[in-house]
Design a binder for this molecule. Sequence first.
Ligand code: AMP
Length: 282
Amino acid sequence: MTILYTRSEIEKKVSEKKQQNLSIGFVPTMGALHEGHASLIELALKKHPFIIVSVFVNPTQFNNASDLEKYPRTLKEDTSFLSVYGSKVCIYAPSPKEIYGSKIIAKQYNFGGIENVMEGTHRPGHFDGVGTVLNHLFRQIRPDEAFFGEKDFQQLQIVRRLVKIEKLPLSITGCPIHRQENGLAMSSRNARLTQEQLEKAPFIYKTLLQVKNDFGTKSALNHKKWVQAQFKKNPDLNLEYFEISNIKNLSPLSRKRKHQKYRAFIAVYAGEIRLIDNIALN
Ligand code: AMP
């Protein structure tokens, strides 16, 4: 398993592959890799002979210093996790300096408003940080295609807009949410949950499934009230937001329109660990 640490190393590797006419798939991550990440890599490997997985905990997308500090960093384990893929996969694990140079700052983006709802409301500046780091990574790696999980569905839609704004020549592919058998969406943050929290957390997906089941039988407001009531009965999980939104512009559902697709989005705290999830409703 090759690990590259610097911008010049990755640019050299990319040039080599391009000279050999090999297409490059890219899976950006913050590490602490799990089966959810692996599902993206496997999809990427079906379409490209060579995949770059970046492992970079991006400081500019954290609005909470303690969350950044406590984010799991497990490069050694991540390397052995990816070793099954052999030379088809290479890790890029840069320092902040290799990405940002001497000034670790985020560019300010206008993503047409989709940056101001849900995650954007609760994590100010988050999507500027995401957009900035991906813009740098895309320019260094020059992938043909980049793969993102629908687990972070709002981020996926932001990235689609980012490549248009930055006029970047790559395609963006969304990949299904990978879940544990009990329904809990896999996440690097799950590693920080206690055993008790791990047992409670599948309630999040159960609630989303019930919303999906009831979709069309009540108003968005009544769905929201129902979800709020469920979490009141479950004091170990603290509901931050629940929204039903149009998948394209992420605007909250007021009146259901024909031929439009909707998803339900949720953010929940288990203790100090913030978990997000979403589900397609129609
Ligand atoms: P992260 O390391 O959490 O920043 O995630 C890196 C990429 O993996 C993002 O595109 C995520 O949406 C995706 N991802 C994380 N967890 C899952 C999951 N459970 N299922 C599918 N994709 C995921």
